[in-house]
Design a protein around this ligand. Structure first.
Ligand code: RAM
Length: 878
């Protein structure tokens, strides 16, 4: 039976309150028919499931991002949809898919009748401020057919209605380039309303808006007042609409949150839990209306931040100095929830950190971020008779594995504590496993590193006073991320911010959303290869993963602007010489406090990136039909490449300097002639051997080196590098008990001392980019065409592994590869989703086999053969 399912709208996980008026539709197909390819589809849409209208049969193989067939959605429109399909095999249509719903948010600035309001009291916001409560009461007759709350804030907000927290979103409205785009959320609140008097309110804390932001001790980045805008729309059975919007009649109060900051933590006095709401008694003050343009409000592109998992305490430790520490067994990002009984006014203090150093809480890597939560008990009497209280912070997030608890009343019960994991609620789509447990741990660390740093924006780290959307970090990790989780919605939002902040002139900011660094060595908007190249390479990865041309259309002007700025910095000869760039940042040879002092000069890195990015941008322009622009960018790439060859490649094809990063860049960025590549592969393998099969690369070289080796058949060298356990290596942290990817190979030294560098994070996803190679090359599951419509299955076994497996939910459904060998026969099993095909390359070097959808198995004799041909590259054109 053939059934379409998983009908989706644009890149939304929950198509509710969306901002597109013509959301494109995608679906997957389940079928028992092998080699199934769609021949046609039919969509039905309507205001409810019983009055759907057909938009006719469309002869097309397109299952992904198909055009909206109906009239555009208006604000608040809610539409049901289903699809059925015809295959290449039979005459009849499939079953209908289950009905899916999409609902538009407020699409027009004029839909907002509410105002942005704030307390009228004076505030200077020189340090962490209390959260304010802003609320009103209103009457309803109890006749509610539907109700929506649209809301946003300057700061972080939580809405509540009649004392109930609205929805599960955390850290709303999230972090965007607020002065260009401020997200609003849409909530279905029909269940929250009561007949008679209702109370609606918002609690608003500093957040990114005016809290501490960046490592140069700055506050008030966007403004020094927090504020909120909310519009409740209640529709009764007759279609009559009651609107309750924030306006000058609302009241402001102070509640239990005495201070809240993303870096420093939250202090909560439970004795004030009920204070500050309209109708709660005295102490309320008027609000003031902010000057605010509702045209800035945008609907979300990706999923909200939410609690996604809970972990129990693994162990309670007593430190040498006598402190009590909870070990959750996993370095994670989120907060702790606990239950406690005690006297009113008792203060429980939780301090969070990622590591222990010589048995004590290791807080030095946090720099000035305090990561401390304080809960002051409400209490109701003596400890024995007092009621149990439960608390978790709302307005902060910590990076931690260990929590120091002080002030606990009575005996500490580990079961009273739960670690709550918090991040953007992305759908997990990628998995990897193999016969080597240490590689499985490394992979788990990559996944946890991603979870901890995909908290609305892709941050470098989640714990110290930084947590910024560093462009370079996302650039090197984007394809790994896109395999592990469904990120197109998340990335759309970040890329829109990158585009608005970059504009059409000059490089993008170093971090998106922008936080300016006005102290050396961080000039404002510098040309920084590998970081600025995010403007080109991140949208390209998303385009490859989804086939969505909008990623290229939105970013092409920024691609051109970045390349123009880079070319200008290179000077008339198009050769990088003067200045400072991060280059191969954090090469292990660089001293702890000079992370840019790599063995590969930044000039070489910048030259290679200019050639590569201009080539990719030229392809992007060609795909968009911009032929003149494509030719111009192609010639820029050719020139940059010619300079690279002249300056860094000797006549015999050797690179100077002959570092791992130089060879990896030259090989992966197409800077060598085809006839030079095999020899360069040999030299790279020799260099890697000369470095003792240890990492000798930084941010730039590390994500490329295994691919550069395996492309040229140097598979064993790649495995030896991957499986190395001596520092610096990917597995050294695993031997040290790491549960996330570290910023430095030796963030923790073998003797248990924390690296002395100022930047020593234990949760930095960027260097986890090697997982992409594990998916594509160890397991052998790679895209060979846009959105995995064609899959390249080419495992390159090695390193003593006896089996490996990967699976990925492509836009068409799940693709899965598993191989095993016992030294003799190599057996491979493969699942190809309906609508896709795969080219299978067995390690005996035999001819590729083309297969269609369904499950397949293959076997061959011992492999791999020497001189394995080049792996399929990700950069394919339709
Ligand atoms: C550090 C960040 C980040 C890196 C920059 C250059 O501050 O942690 O990972 O991109 O440096």
């Amino acid at each position: 039976m053939t059934t379409p399912s998983a009908l989706r709208f644009e890149h939304h996980e929950e198509p509710f309150g969306i901002g597109e008026d013509r959301p494109r539709l995608s679906w997957q197909v389940r079928t028992g028919a092998p080699g199934w390819v769609q021949a046609a589809y039919e969509l039905e849409l309507g205001p409810d499931a019983s009055s759907l209208v057909s938009y006719g049969r469309v002869n097309s193989a397109g299952q992904h991002l198909q055009p909206w067939p109906a009239r555009p959605l208006g604000s608040r429109d809610r539409v049901a949809a289903r699809v059925r399909v015809w295959g290449n095999d039979d005459g009849g249509p499939s079953e209908w898919s289950p009905v899916a719903w999409v609902e538009a948010g407020l699409l027009d600035a004029a839909d907002w009748q509410a105002s942005m309001i704030r307390p009228s009291w004076g505030e200077d916001s020189m340090s962490d401020e209390p959260a304010s409560r802003i609320s009103t009461t209103f009457e309803l007759d109890g006749n509610v057919s539907s109700a929506r709350l649209y809301a946003s804030a300057h700061g972080i907000y939580v809405a509540s209605i009649n004392g109930r927290r609205v929805g599960r979103d955390l850290l709303a409205p999230g972090w965007t380039s607020y002065h260009h785009r401020l997200r609003y959320q849409t909530y279905d609140v029909a269940d929250y309303l009561l007949p008679g008097t209702n109370v609606i309110g918002f609690e608003v804390a500093d957040g990114w808006w005016r809290g501490n932001l960046g490592f140069q001790e700055k506050r008030n980045k966007y403004g020094n007042r927090t504020a909120v805008i909310g519009q409740l729309e209640v529709v009764d059975a007759d279609g009559h609409i009651t609107v309750v919007g924030t306006d000058e009649s609302w009241l402001a109060g102070r509640g239990p949150v005495l201070s809240a900051d993303l870096y420093n933590g939250e202090t909560y006095d439970a004795r004030l839990a009920d204070a500050g709401w309209a109708g709660s008694g005295g102490g309320l003050e008027p609000v003031a209306v902010e000057d605010f343009d509702t045209a800035l409000l945008v609907a979300p592109d990706g999923p909200p931040v939410r609690a996604t998992e809970e972990l129990p305490v693994r162990e309670v430790l007593t430190t040498p100095s006598g402190q009590t520490i909870l070990d959750f067994g996993q370095n994670l990002v989120g907060h702790v929830r606990f239950r406690v009984r005690g006297e009113a006014g008792t203060e429980v203090v939780l301090r969070h950190a990622e590591v222990l150093e010589h048995g004590e809480l290791g807080v030095r890597p946090l720099r000035v971020a305090r990561q401390t939560d304080t809960f002051i008990l409400r209490g109701t009497g003596e400890p024995e008779s007092s009621a149990e209280e439960q608390w978790q912070p709302e307005f902060t997030v910590h990076g931690f594995r260990y929590v120091d608890v002080s002030g606990w009343p009575g005996e500490l019960d580990p079961e009273a504590f739960t670690a709550v994991v918090v991040h953007s609620e992305l759908k997990r789509t990628g998995f990897f496993e193999c016969s080597e447990p240490m590689l499985n741990q490394l992979h788990a660390n990559v996944v946890w590193g991603m979870r901890g740093n995909f908290v609305d924006v892709p941050t470098d780290c989640p714990q110290r006073n930084e947590r910024l959307g560093w462009t370079g970090d996302f650039q090197v990790f984007a394809s790994t991320a896109a395999f592990l989780y469904r990120i197109p919605g998340f990335a759309t939002s970040w890329l829109k911010d990158l585009a608005v902040e970059q504009g059409t002139d000059g490089p993008p900011p170093l971090v998106v959303p922008e936080v300016t660094f006005d102290k050396p060595p961080f000039p404002t908007r510098p040309v920084m290869a590998a970081w600025g190249d995010a403007a080109v390479l991140v949208p390209w990865v998303l385009y490859q993963q989804t086939g969505d041309l909008e990623f290229l259309r939105r970013q092409l002007p920024g691609m051109a602007a970045w390349l123009a700025a880079a070319a200008e910095a290179a000077g008339p000869e198009l050769r990088f010489e003067q200045g400072f760039q991060f280059g191969d940042w954090l090469d292990p040879a660089a001293p702890p406090n000079e992370p840019g002092a790599a063995r590969t000069p930044w000039q070489l890195v910048a030259q290679a990136y200019l050639a590569h990015s201009a080539s990719i941008a030229s392809q992007a322009a060609a795909v968009l039909g911009e032929d003149t622009e494509s030719a111009r960018l192609r010639s820029l790439s050719d020139q940059a490449r010619a300079v690279f060859r002249k300056v860094y490649i000797a006549a015999d094809g050797t690179l100077d300097p002959a570092t791992q990063t130089s060879y990896a860049l030259a090989l992966r960025f197409g800077l060598l002639e085809p006839e030079e590549q095999a020899a360069a592969g040999v030299r790279l393998a020799e260099t890697v051997a000369g470095d003792g099969y240890r990492i000798a690369t930084g941010f730039v070289g590390t994500p490329l080196v295994t691919d550069a080796l395996s492309d040229e058949g140097q598979v064993e060298a790649a495995y030896r590098l991957l499986l190395q356990t001596e520092c610096p290596s990917w597995l050294y942290p695993v031997t040290m008990g790491a549960t996330t990817i570290w910023e430095r190979w030796d963030s923790m030294l073998p003797d248990g001392t924390i690296n002395a560098g100022e930047m020593t994070s234990f949760n930095h996803y960027a260097l986890g980019a090697v997982a992409d190679w594990m998916h594509r090359t160890v397991a052998g599951l790679a895209p060979a065409d846009l959105a995995y419509r064609k899959i390249a299955v080419r495992p390159l076994p090695g390193g003593g592994l006896t089996w490996a497996a990967a699976r990925h939910e492509t836009p068409y459904g799940e693709a899965a590869v598993r191989w095993e060998h016992d030294g003799g026969t190599f057996v491979l099993s493969l699942t190809v989703p309906a609508g896709c095909t795969a080219s299978v390359y067995l390690p005996d070097g035999s001819e590729a086999m083309e297969v269609g959808s369904g499950t397949h198995s293959f076997s061959c004799g011992p492999g791999p053969v020497a001189g394995t041909p080049r792996s399929p590259q990700l950069s394919v054109l339709p």
